[in-house]
Design a protein around this ligand. Structure first.
Ligand code: ACK
Length: 286
């Protein structure tokens, strides 16, 4: 196994090896469950901890999402995007092997415990910046640009130091010309941009809307769509504005390059737009 030397291109992996590593997909090895199937913890070789995602059955959607994920992630290497180490197809079973993200998803960190989240403001700020950097990479640096299409807290994974990486690229598209109604409506209610729900208009800004919702989750510790009134929106904006526009108030954890060069106005605008969008027409509500 030479996974640590893997420079982006995901390896075809032996199914039996992965079956053994997950102890025949035993329940005790399950890290989490999603609509797509289960994610298992496994160790490859001496000391490579991985997460193995087993996709449900042989539906055309599942096969397409698998192919999209492999095709895209094989080409992308970025500190804020999940690393796909390998994949395997065995009959109708499809496996995707990722680096293990010890702290699971942001959703679980924020909403998983009845005791509330222990994520500090420093961590939340860093997670917001990591997410922004991952998205910026997809939108500005990938050629052609990648639209994730399902940005939400459960698709932001956290490593042992709470560094964040975007995951779940099954719905992503790379063709910027597919902006109109010719693609199947998909994504997650609560995170889907209103203009996409209404007109099927999909651009990289659709991801920015989802990012806005994630920022609000980070600020509020819960999903914003539930019970937020206009007065609360206003108070969040007034609270967030100085934090996001005053460079000197950025916590020291923020890396110096970002601290000195990032256009903070931009991040503020994203947050403000998101706040203004959390009071959509009743028809958009989940
Ligand atoms: O919030 P979680 O613990 O983190 O539960 C979800 C679940 O699987 C379904 O997505 C977890 N998960 C997904 N990918 C990984 C990964 N690479 N490392 C660790 N946990 C993961 C996710």
């Amino acid at each position: 196994l030479r996974l640590s030397c893997n420079k982006g291109a995901a390896l075809v992996m032996d199914y039996k090896l992965l079956e053994t590593a997950t102890e025949n997909f035993q329940e005790s090895k399950i890290l989490g469950v999603g609509g797509f199937g289960c994610v298992y913890k496994a160790r490859l070789g001496e000391n490579i901890d991985v997460a193995v995602k087993r996709l449900n059955g042989g539906s055309p959607d599942s096969a397409r999402e698998f192919e999209t994920e492999v095709a895209l992630l094989s080409k992308i290497q970025h500190p804020n995007i999940i690393s796909l180490l390998g994949y395997s197809i065995h009959g109708e079973t499809r496996l995707l092997v990722y680096e293990l993200m010890q702290n699971g998803s942001l959703e679980t960190q924020l909403h998983g415990s009845s005791l509330g989240s222990a994520l500090s403001w420093h961590h939340r700020m860093k997670i917001a910046l990591d997410t922004a950097r991952g998205l910026e990479y997809l939108h500005e640096h990938c050629k052609p640009a990648v639209i994730h299409r399902d940005l939400k807290s459960s698709n932001i994974l956290l490593d042992s130091n709470f560094n964040a990486r975007l995951s779940d690229f099954g719905l992503a598209i790379t063709d910027g010309t597919q902006k109109k109604k010719n693609i199947k409506l998909s994504g997650t209610l609560g995170y889907v941009a209103p203009e996409y729900l209404l007109d099927g208009k999909l651009t990289d800004k659709s991801d920015v809307y989802g990012f806005g919702v994630v920022l609000l989750e980070l600020l509020l510790g819960r999903m914003p769509l539930e019970k937020l009134g206009p007065a609360q929106c206003q108070s969040i904006v007034s609270w967030a504005m100085p934090q996001l526009t005053d460079r000197s108030k950025l916590p020291s954890i923020v890396d110096p390059v970002i601290r000195n060069t990032m256009d903070l106005k931009h991040l503020y605008q994203v947050a403000a737009v998101a706040v203004l969008c959390v009071q959509p027409e009743p028809s958009y509500r989940p």
